[in-house]
Every structure is written in structure tokens, then in C-alpha cells.
Design a protein around this ligand. Structure first.
Ligand SMILES: Nc1ncnc2c1ncn2[C@@H]1O[C@H](COP(=O)(O)OP(=O)(O)OP(=O)(O)O)[C@@H](O)[C@H]1O
Length: 262
């Protein structure tokens, strides 16, 4: 399962602000996401979580360092190229759901497929399938205003998974939910990662979510300070990455997909 990362960031540095207010929000971050894994990114306020998530989501350009997504390099790309990479490789889930209040659950999910060029029939079918997958098959026609917080987040998850991106990035997906709904959403994200080999990364402050994750990556003051794996009792300190031997270089994602389907 861990043959090669779907997303890999190496030595990411990000400076924010200007002049005396300039801050090095990220100070050389290495992070890899693997298919089928649900990873949490945790750290204190101001540690760089949002900045890192924005860079991994191709919404912010690093000051230095490299990022590859599905085997494609993400650095030095035009805004148009980045938008295309996001559409093909990434799904986003937000704390505040970001649903259109005047559209039904089905149409909220359809909209994300429309912009990716799926046919009208395919949009409808895929949207319904995604909503069924998140347990909302009975609420296809419901409007966001009639849904609970947990149901709204399920619609947002359906919208993220419907185009079948290999990577899902979630920003505090349970922050607006009570404990029960928060746990249900974390359980769902864990299933989403396992199904079809997606890589799911969620930023969270909530330690109660840890049991649902395969990996917990800890960030402090712009540096990855540790990684905890499922069932591991102790934090494994982050170590500098060793240069990769040529024979060990992983096949790019698209190439691997082609081989898998050959
Ligand atoms: N536009 C900006 N200009 C200058 N500094 C910034 C800017 N945005 C963020 N920072 C600083 O960069 C650092 C990392 O911020 P970031 O928002 O990534 O942290 P965070 O871990 O997501 O925090 P929180 O959990 O509070 O959302 C902080 O010190 C923050 O003050």
C-alpha cells in the first residue's frame, strides 16, 4: 500500500508578510501522502497548518521546496495549470461546509462535476452515488437549510469525492460539529481513504479524532516535529530525509495507473 506517495512535499519553506512583519511560517517541511491512508495534521495555533494545507492544495506557492502531485511537479506552474491540477487531483472539505444554500444536496454535488466537464447524465449519476456513499441517499433533494451540521458536512464530503480525486484535503472538518457528529465524520473520512485508495489529510485541533487516523503528523513552529502511526504508542521524531537511490525511484502516479490497467 505504501509503494509511493500520491502527494509529496520536500523541504517546503514559506515566508509570509513583508518587512519587519515577515514570518517564516514553514521552515523546511517534508510530507508525503499515500493512497488508502487517512492522515491527521495537528499542531498548536500558529504552527503553520493552514499555510501547509494551502500549499499542498496548490492554493499558495511555496517560497522554496518541491511539491509533486500524482507524479507531476507543481512548482513554477501558471495559475491556469494549478487550477487544472486541483480539478484533476484534489478534493477539498472545509470547516464551514461551503454549500450553496439555494441548491439541493444533489445539485451542490453536481455543480462540482459540471465544472469538470462530465456529461449531464454522468453528473447526476455520480452525484447520487456519492451522496449514497456518505449515507445521504434519502436526502438528495434536501436543501442545506434543512440539513443538520453533520449532514451538511456529508454533502461536502460527497462533493469532494464525486469526481474521484486521488487526494482529499480537509480543513478542520469537525470543528463546527458536536462530538457524536464529529466522530461520525472522522469515521466516514477514514472509509473514504480506504475506498478506491484515496489519500485523505485532515487538519484538526481535536485529539478525540486521533483514533480514526492511520497517521498523525505533528507540526510545531513551521517544522514537522513528529509522526505517530496507528497502534504506535510513541511519537516517532521526524528525521531528515535520505537521498533516494535511483533504483528506488517510484513510478509516477499516472504511469503506475496505466500499468495497473494494462
Ligand atoms: N498573511 C500573513 N502575514 C504574515 N504572517 C502570517 C500571515 N498568515 C499567517 N501568518 C503567520 O504564519 C504562521 C503560521 O500561520 P498558520 O495560519 O499557517 O497557522 P495555523 O497552524 O493554521 O494556526 P491556527 O491553528 O490558529 O489556524 C503564524 O505565525 C501566523 O501568524
Amino acid at each position: 500500500m505504501r509503494a509511493f506517495p500520491i502527494l509529496e512535499a520536500r523541504q517546503i519553506v514559506k515566508e509570509l508578510g513583508q518587512g519587519e512583519g515577515k514570518v517564516q511560517a514553514l521552515k523546511g517541511v517534508d510530507l508525503a501522502l499515500y493512497e488508502g491512508e487517512f492522515t491527521l495534521l495537528m499542531g498548536p495555533s500558529g504552527s503553520g497548518k493552514t499555510t501547509l494545507l494551502s500549499i499542498l492544495g496548490c492554493l499558495l506557492t511555496p517560497t522554496s521546496g518541491t511539491l509533486t502531485l500524482g507524479g507531476e511537479s507543481v512548482v513554477h506552474r501558471s495559475a491556469e495549470d494549478l487550477a487544472d491540477l486541483r480539478r484533476r487531483h484534489l478534493g477539498f472539505i472545509f470547516q464551514s461546509y461551503n454549500l450553496f444554500p439555494t441548491l439541493s444536496a444533489l445539485d451542490n454535488v453536481r455543480l462540482g462535476l459540471d465544472v469538470r466537464g462530465f456529461s449531464s447524465r454522468e453528473c447526476k449519476e455520480r452525484a447520487a452515488e456519492a451522496l449514497i456513499e456518505v449515507g445521504l441517499g434519502h436526502r438528495l433533494k434536501a436543501y442545506p437549510g434543512t440539513l443538520s451540521g453533520g449532514e451538511k458536512q456529508r454533502v461536502a464530503i460527497a462533493r469532494a469525492i464525486a469526481p474521484e480525486p486521488p487526494v482529499i484535503l480537509a480543513d478542520e472538518p469537525t470543528a463546527a460539529l458536536d462530538t457524536e457528529n464529529g466522530h461520525a465524520i472522522m469515521e466516514l473520512l477514514s472509509c473514504v481513504a480506504r475506498k478506491n485508495g484515496r489519500a485523505v489529510l485532515a487538519v484538526t485541533h481535536d485529539p478525540r479524532t486521533i483514533p480514526f487516523a492511520d497517521r498523525v503528523i505533528e507540526i510545531e513552529d513551521g517544522i514537522i516535529s513528529g509522526e505517530r502511526k496507528k497502534h504506535a504508542a510513541t511519537v516517532i521524531p521526524a528525521r531528515p530525509r535520505q537521498p533516494q537511490a535511483a533504483h528506488g525511484t517510484p513510478a509516477p502516479y499516472q504511469e503506475r495507473k496505466r500499468q495497473a490497467h494494462a
